[in-house]
Design a protein around this ligand. Structure first.
Ligand code: C2E
Ligand code: CA
Ligand code: CA
Length: 601
């Protein structure tokens, strides 16, 4: 250390000057080096920030591009490349596109629009919300157009244009979906509400007939519980597509209003009959389009129709359609009902009936009537059918056809069924105590009651409670509903049979039971539907069908009841077919217990 100082003191002035200069140069370069390093670091940060922004633009759904003052494309993100259909080497080239933007009512070519905007440099931003972009012939996209002028320092203080185009088609699609049914994509109730006034006024002004048809798939909730949510949805989708194809060549609009309800408007209708035929065609084709392995599903639709002007005022046309549908449902599955004006004064108000049900049960307004069943062989009363009646304080006697389907919908049928069973068992006990002839009583039971899963146990408990021989009890179940889910029904029927009670397949001939399924059914009786008997004296086809069913039932070891026998000629004809039992007004109408038991004596 000492020697360096000694050496420095010994240096000449020139040597000392040279050394100082060298030293300064070294320090200068070191400073430059460190400054450069800092600058590089800074530019790296700026670079990475730019990259982040660029990436953000790249992935943005909004189409963005930057143009130089000479209209050269300096940057375009992926959305813009796609939208403008730029080819690979568009960068630094003049904007070259046939795209046009709608400005008020006129179409303006995109680069003209940009150039015009730059001439007026005060106008730094330009915006056309809810405009349109046209790329090729007829191809219009709803957009929002936005353009801004910015000063770019690294482009010699040049003004550049930032153009963004927001594609609104998806958003419009989303808001349109508000007016479509999620499942089937058909226009929904909201759309129907929007469209109907136009249909109405057109029909009114042009003095044309307008039909509103409200359709629903029968037993849909039951179907859903059997085949599951997904498959039931598929059925609805297929039905929707089916309705759409039906409407292709006609003036028909189809709406999926809710759940299993579809509304159709038909504007070029000529007659009531035409409306009916139209629905019948749908029905026939519908019957063939759904088949499942172990569920022999026979799909039907109930339809309510109201026609302007035949059904009445246009203001109430939709209401009338709903009323007609309710009527169709009451008539059974697959029925069509056209609203006729007198029905508006109908005595029965469904809502009123619905409200009155529980009270009626508590007040004892329901009464079980009995209709005798006659053995053909000896013409003796061997059984009876229990038929419910409602003595309504306001409406008087209401027949079950007016309220059973309503009760099935509301679930009240379960309570009513329990009431009928209780009444019948009590009555059996009284007849036993008072030494009346002991006969079997048939009770009508709805699939809704059986599907509760507690029906069989309930019957077993009640038989025990009242100490009644199970052989004196039979349950009648409509063929159509029993066949919706055969395997399940067979299971319940077998459980009932194990209790010792009888089973009768009611309204036989209206459903679509195949021979194969019938064989598996543990039913004791078939009850041929009244509709097959009504015209039997003159209709040869009905004669053949009834004869055929009787033979078939006997082959399968079942006995046959024919109901709806109204005169002696019918008795003779049907007896000649080998029928086992008969029931009908010819023998007796359903009677209150007091009158019925006179017949038993
Ligand atoms: P259903 O089981 O087919 O009953 C036979 C219907 O035909 C009864 O009508 C009976 O009065 C009627 N009838 C019998 N013989 C003749 C005849 O010779 N000519 C004519 N024109 N009609 C005849 P009702 O009592 O009005 O019952 C209608 C339907 O209501 C029944 O049809 C049944 O499905 C249902 N129902 C009645 N009571 C009950 C019940 O307690 N529970 C359930 N779930 N349904 C019931
Ligand atoms: Ca019956
Ligand atoms: Ca019947």
């Amino acid at each position: 250390m000492e020697s360096i100082f000694e050496k420095l003191t010994q240096l000449t002035q020139t040597e000392y000057l040279i050394l100082t200069i060298c030293f300064s140069i070294i320090i200068f370069f070191m400073t430059i080096y460190s400054l450069n390093k800092e600058k590089k670091k800074l530019s790296k940060t700026v670079d990475s920030n730019v990259k982040v922004f660029q990436k953000t633009c790249d992935i943005s759904e909004n189409a963005t591009m930057i143009l130089s003052a000479k209209n050269e494309v300096l940057y375009a993100n992926d959305s813009m490349i796609r939208l403008m259909q730029f080819n690979n080497n568009f960068l630094s080239k003049k904007l070259d596109t046939i795209a046009e933007i709608k400005v008020k009512k006129d179409w303006v070519v995109l680069d003209t629009l940009i150039k015009e905007c730059c001439i007026d440099s005060d106008d730094t931003a330009l915006s056309y919300p809810k405009s349109h972009l046209k790329l090729s012939e007829g191809d219009e996209i709803p957009i929002t157009f936005h353009m801004d002028n910015i000063l770019m320092s690294n482009f010699d203080e040049e003004i550049c244009h930032v153009v963004t185009i927001e594609d609104l088609s998806k958003e419009i699609e989303r808001s349109n979906s508000h007016f479509r049914h999620q499942l089937t994509n058909l226009p929904n109730q909201l759309q129907a509400n929007k469209d109907l006034p136009a249909f109405f006024s057109k029909a009114h002004l042009e003095k044309n007939k307008l039909a509103l048809m409200l359709m629903h798939l029968d037993n849909y909730s039951m179907l859903r519980s059997i085949i599951g949510y997904e498959q039931a949805n598929d059925v609805l989708k297929k039905f929707a597509r089916h309705l759409e194809t039906v409407g292709v060549n006609l003036n028909i609009s189809v709406y999926h209003t809710f759940d299993n309800h579809f509304l159709l408007t038909v504007t070029n209708l000529h007659s009531m009959d035409e409306a009916k035929t139209f629905v019948e065609d749908i029905q026939t084709r519908l019957a063939t389009f759904y088949k499942m392995e172990d569920v022999n599903l026979h799909l039907t639709v109930s339809t309510g129709i109201a026609i302007y002007p035949d059904s009445g005022s246009i203001r109430k046309l939709l209401d009338y359609t709903y009323r007609a549908l309710a009527k169709a449902e009451q008539e059974g599955d697959g029925k069509i009902h056209i609203f006729i004006p007198e029905e508006s004064d109908s005595n029965y108000d469904e809502l009123r009936l619905h409200n009155d049900m529980q009270g009626a049960l508590n007040n004892g307004d329901f009464e079980v009537y009995y209709q005798p069943i006659i053995q053909v062989e000896n013409r003796e009363i061997v059984a009876a059918e229990a038929l419910i009646r409602w003595k309504h304080a306001q409406y008087g006697m209401i027949p079950p056809d007016m309220f059973i389907s309503l009760m099935e919908k509301t679930g009240f049928i379960i309570k009513l069924g329990q009431y009928v069973l209780e009444e019948v068992l009590k009555q059996q006990k009284r007849w036993e105590l008072f030494k009346f002839k002991q006969i079997e009583i048939s009770i009508n039971v709805s699939m809704i009651e059986i599907n509760t899963g507690e029906f069989v146990q309930h019957v077993e408990r009640k038989l025990g409670e009242h100490q009644i021989n199970p052989k004196l009890l039979k349950f009648e179940i409509t063929e159509g509903t029993a066949m919706i889910n055969e395997s399940e029904t067979v299971r319940y029927f077998l459980a009932l049979k194990r209790l010792g009670v009888g089973i009768s397949l009611d309204d036989f001939g209206t459903g679509y039971t195949s021979f194969g399924y019938l064989k598996k059914f543990p039913a004791d009786n078939l009850k041929i539907d009244k509709s097959l008997v009504d015209y039997i004296l003159t209709n040869e086809e009905d004669q053949r069908i009834v004869k055929g069913i009787i033979e078939l039932a006997h082959t399968l070891g079942m006995q046959v009841v024919v109901e709806g026998i109204e005169n002696k000629k019918m008795v003779d004809m049907i007896a000649s077919y080998g029928c086992d039992y008969m029931q009908g007004y010819h023998f007796a109408k359903p009677l209150p217990v007091f009158e019925f038991q006179k017949l038993l004596r």
